[in-house]
Design a protein around this ligand. Structure first.
Ligand SMILES: [Zn+2]
Length: 444
């Protein structure tokens, strides 16, 4: 499926799109209403070129729908009695949202996730240490377990919420071939092994690190540090609760994530401001919009994901023919600094690239209401353990500010924090943006 040529993919997608539209028209009052409001009936939605006629579906619409008709919203398009699995998403506003799966939907999730894990280098027979959270109903938990089992690999089901001690004990007892988790957490695990057990995780012989859930894995400097800490190859993956578990995954080339499920999801790239569709050409940027084309219980149609990506390539030596991307931020994380759109991961990228002059740790201090400010961007940057003697601290601060301004067109005020003073995320996702300046002694 991943190696099919463009024409064959299009044929398959259009056949399934027609089936999906007919299915929604028959089973989903939510989408029937949406299509009608746009003056569309199923016979107007027959090819991929017809897609842009349908208005986007937003996260807010899905939240409203969930509230209006619990438990799975007005967009539930299958009988409740056919629902055999559900998952929760953390929800950026605090209230979780829920998705439902029929047997067919669950199979589709296993299939697309298994393809993705395979692309990232996991093979049948591998032992895989589970480093994502397992207990909260998120897709990084049970659905990854299911996908690994479907693939023929063995999940070691400890989970990030099982704690660093148990994960390390399992790692040294069971010698996993691969580990899945967030990039920050996997780095944390390697450091904890050294600090708490006096052991080097490189002696474990882990072959692959498969990371997702936050952007860090795609940042070259950060990737290098994690690979070095484990002596293993790192591949990144991406997905989400609304469509499936994982449907983007990096191959051995390590140059961006391929779409792995073109038979289940139609992906569009749009200009986030105008909503205009853009072609997937190398270097193009935009927001991803998804349409499920083989989904029964919680289908989404032209769903604005909020994931902002750059296309890193359109061909690959691995034989996969779907475009490759990197995600550089989410709409929810974006700050607007004096009118300039800024993704925190872009700042992290720049600071990482300055290692070993700095430690690589950085936090954006957004001590203002909402997401927009007219003030300079406040940055907390952690100093390196061993600073170069030829650079004074004021000069280091200046160098960082110049770099931020040069690359991102934003004026930054940098505060330097002592080495090791910025709190590490542990098992949680890293929060690059803080709403207040943390209390740290020795800020300069
Ligand atoms: Zn590839």
């Amino acid at each position: 499926m991943e190696a099919l040529d463009e024409r064959a993919v299009r044929q398959l997608q259009e056949a399934r799109l027609r089936e999906q539209v007919d299915y929604l028209w028959a089973h989903s009052p939510f989408y029937q209403r949406k299509f009608r409001a746009a003056g569309l009936t199923p016979d107007a939605l027959r090819t991929l070129d017809d897609l842009p006629r349908v208005p986007f579906t937003t996260k807010q619409e899905l939240r409203d729908s969930l509230r209006a008709a619990p438990p799975f919203g007005e967009h539930l398009a299958a009988p409740l009695s056919d629902v055999i699995q559900m998952q929760a998403s953390s929800g950026t506003t605090g209230s979780p949202s829920y998705v439902a799966l029929t047997r067919q939907d669950a199979l589709m999730w296993h299939e697309s996730s298994a393809r993705s894990l395979f692309a990232c280098g996991i093979r049948p027979g591998d032992r895989v240490l589970h480093g994502f959270s397992l207990s909260k109903g998120f897709v990084g938990g049970l659905p990854i377990f299911q996908a690994l089992q479907y693939l023929g690999a063995l999940d070691i089901p400890i989970g990030a919420d099982g704690g660093v001690d148990r994960l390390l004990a399992a790692a040294f007892d069971l010698r996993p071939d691969a580990i899945v988790g967030t990039p920050n957490f996997l780095l944390h695990l390697a450091e904890a092994a050294r600090a708490q057990r006096g052991r080097d995780v490189r002696e474990l012989g882990v072959r692959r690190l498969v990371v997702g859930g936050e952007p860090g894995g795609g940042i070259p400097g950060f990737r290098h540090r994690i690979q070095h800490a484990w002596g293993a190859t790192l591949c990144e993956l991406m997905g989400g609760t609304d469509l499936a578990v994982i449907y983007w995954a990096e191959c051995d080339e390590q140059s961006g994530m391929h779409m792995t499920a073109p038979d289940f999801i139609v992906t569009e790239l749009i200009d986030p401001d105008s909503g205009q569709v853009r072609p997937f050409t190398e270097g193009a940027t935009g927001e991803l919009v998804y349409t499920a084309i083989h989904r029964q219980a919680s289908p989404v149609f032209r769903f604005r994901s909020g994931d902002h990506v750059v296309v890193t390539g359109t061909g690959c030596t691995c034989g996969r023919r779907q475009p490759k991307i990197r995600c550089f931020g989410r709409t929810d994380d974006m700050l607007i600094v004096r009118g300039v759109n800024l993704f925190p991961s872009a700042v992290q990228d720049l600071i990482e690239a300055m290692c070993p002059t700095v430690s690589g740790q950085v936090r954006l201090i957004a001590d203002f209401e909402g997401h927009s400010t007219q003030a300079n961007l406040k940055l907390l940057v952690e100093r390196a353990g061993h600073e170069p003697s030829d650079l004074s601290l004021p000069a280091l601060r200046q160098a960082i500010e110049d770099r931020i301004r040069g690359a991102l067109a934003v004026k930054a005020d940098v505060l330097l924090a002592p080495h090791g003073s910025i709190e590490k995320p542990g098992a949680a996702k890293v929060k690059l943006v803080l709403r207040a300046m943390p209390v740290i002694e020795g800020l300069l």
